[in-house]
Design a protein around this ligand. Structure first.
Ligand SMILES: [Fe+2]
Ligand SMILES: [Fe+2]
Length: 214
């Protein structure tokens, strides 16, 4: 079988980005945790809008996760690491789908900046991959830790009666912790503090602020 050329790979990535941003994930592995919620209380308009904003931010975060893992897979050195990154992107598809379903139920919309989040994260992921597999895994570990903290905050901010959103965010938080642990176990290096404490929180706050509104 012929090896894919650079052009083949670029076209595959463009195709993948369009599917991620504009279509529903083709394969999801687990049922939506919100399905386990049997008793649902109606949300008033203020609660519905708040939930919509928070779930839009979470959906945008999952779009970014797809870009990040695809970018990392593209430049990973070891085949095992490449496979692990692709596997993680597949698992994150569940989160993407659950958030999108909830946004529709809340009569809300996805962030219009999703292509920006996807390609921005893709570029960062590709750069992390170029820096070497252990740095790339360290970047996953730090990202997942920060996302987990962010989701914890959302558990306190979502309306207490929005049980479906809470069920989704709780499951995502558990999964992100697991992804972070896996990256560390695979040999992830701890990133330098200016990246962990300054650059990443700054990028995250720009993304959460803009995706809540646009
Ligand atoms: Fe996720
Ligand atoms: Fe994750």
């Amino acid at each position: 079988m012929r090896q894919p050329s650079l052009l083949d790979r670029v076209l595959v990535e463009i195709d993948q980005s369009l599917r991620t941003v504009h279509a529903r994930p083709p394969v999801t592995e687990r049922p939506n945790p919100a399905r386990q919620v049997t008793a649902t209380a109606a949300l008033d308009d203020t609660e519905r809008r708040l939930s919509g904003r928070l779930m839009r931010v979470n959906h945008a975060g999952e779009i970014a996760a797809q870009g990040l893992y695809r970018g990392q897979a593209l430049t990973a050195r070891l085949e095992g690491i490449r496979a692990q990154m692709q596997r993680a992107a597949d698992e994150e598809n569940d989160h993407l789908d659950w958030c999108e379903q909830r946004l529709q139920q809340l009569d809300s919309h996805k962030s219009r900046l999703n292509p920006v989040w996807y390609w921005g994260s893709f570029s960062l992921g590709a750069l992390a991959g170029l820096a070497g597999d252990r740095w790339s895994l360290g970047f996953v570990k730090e990202t997942e830790d920060q996302v987990e903290q962010h989701l914890k905050q959302h558990l306190g901010r979502l309306p207490a009666n929005d049980l479906p959103s809470l069920a989704i965010v709780k499951q995502m938080q558990e999964d992100e912790r697991h992804h972070g642990d896996q990256a560390l176990a695979a040999g992830g290096k701890r990133l330098p503090w200016p990246i962990r404490r300054l650059a990443m929180p700054l990028a995250a706050s720009i993304m959460t602020t803009l995706s809540a509104r646009i």
